[in-house]
Write a protein that binds this ligand. Structure first.
Ligand code: 5AD
Ligand code: SF4
Length: 511
């Protein structure tokens, strides 16, 4: 039967042999990820396990035999969204024989029994603590006797991610009183430097040029004698790694050695996401954050002094139980004072089992109102910061067609063709601004570091920008969340861009 059905399959897609025997290689899986980068990394890891078994990833759920929902539970909203997607999978599964539904991640860890009870069609639940054992757990998923072969054909995609995540630690030893993470991900476990470097090499061999190290408190890393600064330097020593980022650090572990490493190792990008959560010492204490407002402000100042071009972004929670108007204003004033380049503002969400869930919640309307006020302030500053970049020249690493990131972690939509325009402002001004950027010295410590790869100066009109290219881009416009720019060939003398036009929303690039 198996053989017969395959032999009858005549419309052979490109790259597939008509007479090929059916095997596990052709099963497809679809992954839906909720939550943070840690979850994205976990999804990638699960994907790699499945690919190692010969499965192929698809972007189309209708094409898949396995549908994986990687869930988040950090706020109620994230959990609700994942559960409503899972609810719809009963019908997806019923459409074809042999389809499998897998639910993984933090909500899966927290609510395993509930999930199995409410959605009996789920084939496998893998909690966040078990992701690393996915391979063993998932064995029975791959029994393809029951699958519908019609679904199971695909040309394997080459994994060529330019920017890759590498998990350096799992879990969290903190006990921030609002946070469910330590309950669903457990205590900290650190991967050895060798293991991390091996993974970095794998990602580089697949095409990665930027590595983001991941952990809940990524900079608390310790393994044997090694600390986080050593890890950064070791990753920088791997051939082919041009950019290094890390997320999310905890202010407590932002040590002088880490700061110095950021300042001196060229591969480490000038960008720091440092969650502050609140600007009120009363709230920080009640959240058990282990630092004060003053400590955070001093740290931010030190960082900016050491890495002058650095972007600083943050997470803020508004409406934590007991937050008074005065506490909230302290948060607003901290945002004003530190002028974050961007920030994520979250409405407090009570998570069952956490200490804060025992406290009396503020009225939802008040939380909404504070959320709005804080968001407006954060976004206003962020837009101003982006507008300040208009006219500057930035190194952009292209991640997908026409879209890349600056070292400072701004997303930039890059236009392939720069049109030479005649007009008022000289680009020399932009160049002068860009050149004001102080040169960063190579690390004086340890082994010699590779010189940072210089962006290719591409001839704008003829360039064909593909992922992996590093190009010089002249920023032409700023959106709420992204920048726009065009390849800068270094020869343009004049253009008609005027900053005030962009501020007024009448920038020629927008028309
Ligand atoms: N309610 C609201 N926001 C939360 N975060 C974590 N737990 C909660 C919660 N219970 C936010 C924090 C953290 C980010 C990942 O999510 O700001 O830094
Ligand atoms: Fe949660 Fe705090 Fe750990 Fe971050 S440091 S994961 S907020 S407990």
């Amino acid at each position: 039967m198996y053989q017969l059905r395959l032999a009858a399959r005549s419309a052979s897609p490109i790259g597939r042999s008509r007479n090929r025997r059916p095997d596990i290689k052709d099963m497809k899986f679809y992954v839906r990820t909720y939550g943070c980068q840690m979850n994205v990394a976990d999804s990638n890891e699960i994907g790699r396990h499945l690919k190692a078994k010969g499965l192929v990833e698809t972007q189309d759920p209708q094409d898949a035999s396995i549908y994986l929902v990687n869930t988040c539970t950090v706020r109620q909203h994230a959990e609700d969204r994942a559960f409503s997607e899972i609810g719809r999978l009963g019908r997806w599964k019923a459409k074809r024989p042999g389809r499998k539904v897998v639910v993984s991640g933090c909500a899966a860890e927290r609510t395993k029994e509930y999930l199995e009870d409410r959605f009996p069609f789920i084939d496998l639940v893998v909690g966040a603590k078990s992701i690393e054992n996915f391979n063993e757990i998932a064995g029975r998923l791959l029994d393809r006797r029951a699958t519908d072969e019609d679904l199971d054909y695909a040309v394997p995609a080459v994994n060529e991610k330019v920017a890759a995540f590498v998990t350096s630690m799992r879990g969290c030893n903190y006990s921030c009183t609002y946070c469910i993470v330590p309950y669903v991900r457990g205590r900290e476990i650190y991967h050895s430097i060798d293991q991390i470097l091996a993974e970095v090499r794998d990602r580089v061999s697949e095409g990665a040029r930027e590595i983001t190290l991941l952990g809940q408190t990524v900079n608390s890393y310790r393994h044997g004698q090694h600390r986080f600064a050593d890890l950064l330097r070791a990753v920088a020593g791997i051939d082919g790694v041009e950019r290094i980022r890390f997320i999310s650090p905890h202010p407590y572990y932002m040590t002088d050695r880490v700061i110095e490493t950021m300042a001196t190792v060229p591969q480490v990008c000038e960008s720091l996401h440092l969650p502050v959560q609140s600007g009120s010492n009363t709230m920080l204490k009640s959240m058990m954050r282990n630092y004060t407002r003053e400590h955070y402000i001093a740290l931010a100042g030190k960082m900016r002094q050491a890495v002058p071009d650095m972007t600083l972004s943050t997470d803020i929670i508004v409406g934590f139980p007991g937050e008074t108007e005065e506490d909230f204003r302290q948060t607003l004033s901290l945002v004003e004072e530190l002028q974050f380049d961007w920030g994520f503002v979250f409405k407090y969400s009570a998570r069952e089992g956490t200490p804060a869930a025992e406290l009396e919640c503020l009225p939802q309307q008040l939380i909404e109102e504070r959320h709005q006020r804080c968001l407006e302030l954060v976004d206003r500053i962020a837009l101003k910061k982006r507008l300040d970049l208009v006219g500057t020249i930035q190194d952009v690493l292209i991640e997908e067609l026409g879209v890349g990131r600056t070292r400072t972690n701004y997303k930039v939509h890059v236009r392939r063709e720069a049109q030479a325009r005649q007009g008022a402002a000289s680009i020399n001004e932009a160049q002068a601004r860009a050149e004001r950027k102080p040169a960063r010295s190579a690390s004086p410590i340890g082994r010699s570091l590779k010189r940072r790869a210089q962006p290719q100066e591409k001839a704008a009109a003829s360039s064909n920008i593909i992922h992996g290219d590093q190009v010089r881009v002249r920023i032409t416009n700023a959106q709420r969340a992204t920048l726009e720019g065009e390849v800068y060939n270094g020869n343009l003398a004049f253009e008609n861009f005027r900053e005030e036009d962009c501020r007024a929303g009448t920038c020629p690039d927008r028309q």
